[in-house]
Design a protein around this ligand. Sequence first.
Ligand SMILES: Nc1ncnc2c1ncn2[C@@H]1O[C@H](COP(=O)(O)OP(=O)(O)OP(=O)(O)O)[C@@H](O)[C@H]1O
Ligand SMILES: Nc1ccn([C@@H]2O[C@H](COP(=O)(O)O)[C@@H](O)[C@H]2O)c(=O)n1
Ligand SMILES: [Mg+2]
Length: 223
Amino acid sequence: MQVRQSKMDLHKEGDTGSAKQKKVKIVFVIGGPGSGKGTQCKRIAQQFGYTHLSVGEILRQETSSGSETGSMIQKIMKEGKLVPSDVTVRLLQQAMQGIDNDKFLIDGFPRDEENVKVFEDLTKMEPEFVLYLDCPQDEMEKRLLSRNEGREDDNIETIRKRFKVFVESTLPTIEYYESKGKIRKVDAGKSIDEVFESIKVIFSPGKDNKVPPSKHKCKCLIL
Ligand SMILES: Nc1ncnc2c1ncn2[C@@H]1O[C@H](COP(=O)(O)OP(=O)(O)OP(=O)(O)O)[C@@H](O)[C@H]1O
Ligand SMILES: Nc1ccn([C@@H]2O[C@H](COP(=O)(O)O)[C@@H](O)[C@H]2O)c(=O)n1
Ligand SMILES: [Mg+2]
């Protein structure tokens, strides 16, 4: 069953049917809170033609919809916890289905092993690679406390809870992708420009991005 006509047709649950093939390249961007995911994704999207989707932003938008799901999400985010993966992945799928691009940067995803499993089950896709912004915690804390964007979760109490979730739930997903040879780690504790210089190497074709040429192409999906 298709929801919308788009160059990007993702699986919907129960859609095991037609043999239409689509090529979509997905890069997950993970790192601790304040590691600079949003900042760097904007630059990558601009320079390399990706569509940047921030999962945190998608969830925040849902909180202003007035729906019951929105209220549930708002409560969870305030506590620095993780939204159930079925909710998150469905909202992410909806956001992707409306976009006519075949290259996506998914910022802030996955956050735990359940995110990974539900994403793989519902979309039948895997990321091309996972960009990991590795940043010292004291630097991330400093950045978040001076971010000043009015986010309800940018207070010291919630920030510490988010760090705990990162260590306990998100780091294991990095190990999972490491075992698949998909982690591209950069030192995100440097200046914005310096971090982007390291990232450019990873995204530039023909550079030492450790993606073997045969695997660098988009995956073909059978829908
Ligand atoms: N390399 C850097 N050096 C100094 N400040 C930075 C750097 N990267 C980002 N910042 C600043 O730190 C703050 C957090 O950055 P950003 O919003 O990109 O992080 P994030 O990883 O998306 O965080 P979150 O997970 O909370 O959404 C912003 O105010 C941003 O301008
Ligand atoms: N996969 C995700 C991503 C985010 N959340 C929730 O949103 C909060 C903010 O996310 P940012 O990426 O903008 O920092 C995060 O603390 C979680 O509450 C989520 O549940 N699952
Ligand atoms: Mg962000």
